[in-house]
Ligand binder design. Structure first.
Ligand code: MN
Ligand code: MN
Length: 499
């Protein structure tokens, strides 16, 4: 901003108030100005930042698995008057048609969720989409996991997603399980989240005996098979039984949940860090938690879509939010972004918003649509300077991150947005005074990664990766900035309204 120069009574000018030079003004005009969002936020914004962070933390604490996140999101949708679109599919005639302002969702096997608020314009003219994933790296169990060894009983595990094995040892873990009994009834098991609950842990070798271990590469010094979870050590009081410790534990599970050993085979047991989301830093500017990737973007997207359309405001274009499962293992399967789930939902919307459905409609809708792939970016970490390119890294406090492309070495396996769409998004963020920043993933050839962007782009949708910078990604305790979370939420609202 150009400072007003003030003539003093003596006729001189104070040095600090001097007019800017031509070069300074030119620099202001031409250079990309990356402000700190804490500096530019007003007092009202700062209050909203705190409130948003509090809401997110409690949502996260109650949504540590994809199923739990979807369950909470569904509760919110139902409170806001959304209807399950599958209940409308068989209704014929005008009574089954959705009018502008209608709110519908589809629950995909309790692990993914798509919802929409119908806009004034026809769906075939394109919709505005936010897509995020709700699964996070964790420790799953094998199909026959329980075994006894030297008086201990342990769970044999198989990790899920890209983790550094060693980070998951010697921390408290909670067990989140879903099993279907022989009676066909579902049982949800959660041990370790209540402060009164016991927790679990994966042990590590004491330094005194770790001479050989410490010589190994980090990728090998805790092997995938060494991630077994300590579950008990007390024997069943009958010396005639073998595996008494295992029997004692199994009996406790049987008494409480009616389960037998065989039930582990098909069940879903996910072990996640038992800790809650906490503020980080004396200034409380950051949040440390398990599962920011990608639940911080999923939460911001969910709230953006709901808040934009609250008080029954009808958006111009139809607004859609996709929350998917299985991103951390490649988005495959019937709850992942590579499945037909999104195409099906678009087809349902086309069929339910006009009487003359034809196959061309969802195809047109897809190629006319725009999406922000809402996923986290690796924030610059001063501890690990060598892998980041400071010019294109994302930074805490600098707002929503736009990643034109993802992938690794030579842009393989990623997605790239075109210049036209990038400019459209940058322009609408600028217009709404929403601070955005670049965010390439590290230096060239140092690694890389992808998101769900490519799978939706393959359907013909314009897609740009856009999310929140995170430190310690995929670790049990990831860190984000509160102001980036809030700025991203505001950016998502602007996109849904104006793209
Ligand atoms: Mn992610
Ligand atoms: Mn990830």
């Amino acid at each position: 901003m150009r400072k007003k120069t003030e003539e003093t009574k003596t006729g001189g000018r104070k040095k600090s108030e001097e007019a800017k030079t031509g070069g300074q003004l030119l620099a202001e005009k031409l250079f990309f100005d990356l402000k700190n969002c804490w500096d530019t936020a007003g007092a009202g914004d700062l209050k909203a930042v705190e409130e948003f962070a509090e809401g997110y933390k409690s949502f996260l604490d109650r949504g540590k698995t994809e199923r739990e996140f979807v369950r909470q999101a569904l509760e919110l949708l139902k409170k806001r008057g959304f209807t399950d679109i599958e209940t409308l599919l068989d209704k014929s005639g005008a009574s089954g048609l959705l009018k502008p302002g209608a709110k519908v969702y589809q629950n995909i096997r309790g692990k993914s969720l798509v919802f929409a608020v119908i806009g004034d314009k026809p769906v075939g003219e394109g919709v505005n989409i936010l897509g995020a994933h709700v699964d996070s790296p964790r420790i799953d169990l094998k199909t026959n996991p329980l075994y006894e060894d030297t008086g201990f009983v342990l769970f044999d595990s198989h990790y899920y997603g890209g983790i550094k094995h060693y980070q998951w040892t010697t921390i408290p873990l909670a067990m989140h399980g879903v099993l279907i009994g022989k009676d066909g009834k579902r049982r949800d098991i959660c041990i370790g989240e209540d402060p009164e609950d016991p927790v679990f842990t994966i042990t590590d070798l004491l330094p005194h005996l770790a001479r050989d271990q410490m010589q190994k590469k980090a990728s090998e010094f805790i092997d995938g098979e060494e991630l077994d979870i300590l579950a008990g050590s007390r024997p069943y009081a009958d010396p005639k039984v073998k595996e008494r410790v295992k029997l004692y534990l199994l009996n406790l599970l049987h008494e409480k949940y009616g389960m037998v050993e065989e039930d582990f085979a098909g069940a879903e047991f996910e072990f996640v860090p038992a800790h809650k989301a906490r503020d980080i830093g004396i200034d409380r500017s950051m949040i440390g938690a398990y599962g920011h990737d990608d639940r911080c973007c999923a939460y911001a997207a969910l709230l953006a879509a709901l808040d934009l359309t609250s008080a029954n405001k009808v958006p111009e274009k139809t607004v859609i939010c996709i929350l998917t499962d299985k991103e951390e293992i490649g988005s495959m399967g019937n709850t992942g972004a590579q499945s037909r789930l999104f195409e099906n939902f678009i087809a349902y919307l086309c069929a339910k918003t006009r009487k003359d459905y034809s196959e061309i409609l969802p195809r047109r809708a897809l190629s006319n649509s725009s999406m922000l792939s809402a996923d986290v970016n690796a924030a610059y970490d001063p501890n690990f300077d060598s892998v980041y390119d400071k010019k294109t890294a994302s930074y805490f406090g600098k707002g929503i991150v736009l990643s034109k492309y993802t992938g690794r070495g030579g842009k393989f396996g990623g997605s790239e947005a075109n210049a036209e769409f990038c400019q459209k998004v940058q322009g609408l963020l600028n217009k709404n005074n929403i601070q955005w920043q670049y965010g390439d993933l590290g230096k060239v050839d140092k690694g890389g990664g992808g998101t769900i962007a490519q799978h939706v782009a393959n359907l013909g949708v314009e897609v740009l990766d856009c999310g929140i910078p995170v430190l310690s990604m995929h670790s049990p305790f990831e860190v984000i900035s509160k102001i980036d979370l809030y700025t991203t939420y505001k950016g998502y609202i602007a996109f849904l309204r104006e793209a």
